[in-house]
Write a protein that binds this ligand. Structure first.
Ligand code: SF4
Length: 345
């Protein structure tokens, strides 16, 4: 279709002039000079920035690259170190997969990060979006990159009527009709930038948008109707108890089992989390536990409310449980446990 090439030209021109500069990104002018993006660095940035802001993810990205300059360095690192450096980014299954994926790249790809979509899809923790993004950015493969931002732009462009999540496949196909072999990496990044900047969820800046004249939702004045989504059920609430056993500055921490939420991460002794408060069976020993406060934390599928109990220990006993350790550095704790631990101070 004639206007598709016009749309692409307009978007790429906008990207050349106004696309974001990101630490892992090679800007078009540098690309033209032959600078090639590092797929390992791009992969790290993509995995880290899912479900969070770039501002939050960027320091983690820089810390990982400086501690593990190559994918083999990451693979060779102790997994507990990787998990503790990930603490605060959430979604810890991703950190475990990150380490696993690095190991596979080291062992089966000679430490060279693949850049073709098909091979990328075979790696642990890499889904369609990440594979498409790395292949487009690093190998200029004409893949169809669709993240939440792109969904918003495309659904508005075409005033797409099917509600998500059911309509997701059709929306993806629609996005795919715009993909061409000409500068696919820049095109994908341009589209993501458009969604992340001008085509914002609540107040799109249509006046500045390179796609304004083709955008059906803009023409109809109902931009924020799209993407249409099936109404979510209210987030369920789970409750539980968590225990701070304190001795001087140090508190008792424990490594969580590999399986389950926050698996493999350092945490604090806690009861199971359920719809009604759980009994105190998980408390370390029988002590004079005192209720000192509560902590709320929102996970993807539920909100957690924890009652926080604290007791003082005279000596740093570990209840003969090898996965328990004493410590005063809370930086390796996932956010929910860090919030709890801070109450000990
Ligand atoms: S014109 Fe407005 S709604 Fe349409 S793509 Fe551009 S910013 Fe989004």
């Amino acid at each position: 279709m004639h206007h598709i090439s016009d749309m692409r030209t307009a978007l790429l021109r906008w990207y050349d002039e106004q696309g974001r500069t990101l630490p892992w990104r090679v800007r078009p002018e540098d690309r033209a000079r032959g600078v090639v993006p590092d797929p390992y660095a791009v992969w790290l940035s993509e995995v880290m920035s899912q479900q969070t802001t770039l501002a939050h993810a960027t320091p983690y990205w820089a810390a990982f690259l400086s501690a593990f300059p190559t994918v083999s360095d990451l693979a060779n690192a102790d997994r507990d170190l990787v998990l503790s450096m990930w603490a605060g980014l959430g979604y810890y299954a991703r950190a475990r997969n990150l380490h696993k994926c690095a190991g596979v790249v080291r062992d089966t790809h000679a430490g060279i990060f693949p850049t073709d979509e098909k091979t990328l899809l075979s790696l642990p923790g890499i889904g369609p979006y990440t594979a498409a993004t790395i292949a487009a950015i690093c190998a200029d493969e004409a893949t169809n990159i669709v993240d939440g931002n792109v969904e918003r732009v495309i659904s508005r462009m075409f005033a797409y009527k099917l509600a998500l999540p059911k309509g997701r496949k059709g929306l993806r196909d629609l996005a795919g009709t715009l993909v061409r072999a000409d500068r696919p990496g820049d095109y994908g990044q341009a589209l993501m930038d458009l969604g992340a900047s001008l085509c914002s969820p609540k107040n799109p800046s249509c006046d500045l948008c390179p796609w304004r004249k083709w955008c059906v939702a803009h023409e109809q004045g109902d931009q924020t109707t799209y993407p249409i989504k099936v109404k979510k059920k209210p987030t369920p609430i789970r409750r539980g108890y968590v225990y701070i056993l304190r001795c001087g500055d140090e508190i008792l921490m424990e490594q969580r089992p590999d399986k389950g939420l926050l698996g493999g991460m350092l945490g604090l002794p806690t009861s199971a989390w359920g719809e009604t408060p759980i009994d105190h069976a998980a408390a370390p020993e029988n002590r004079n536990w005192e209720l000192i406060g509560d902590v709320k934390h929102v996970f993807t599928h539920f909100e957690l409310r924890l009652d926080v109990f604290m007791a003082e220990a005279d000596v740093m006993q570990v209840d003969e449980k090898p996965h328990r350790v004493w410590g005063s550095d809370f930086s390796g704790l996932p956010t929910v446990f860090r919030k709890v631990a801070e109450l000990s101070r």
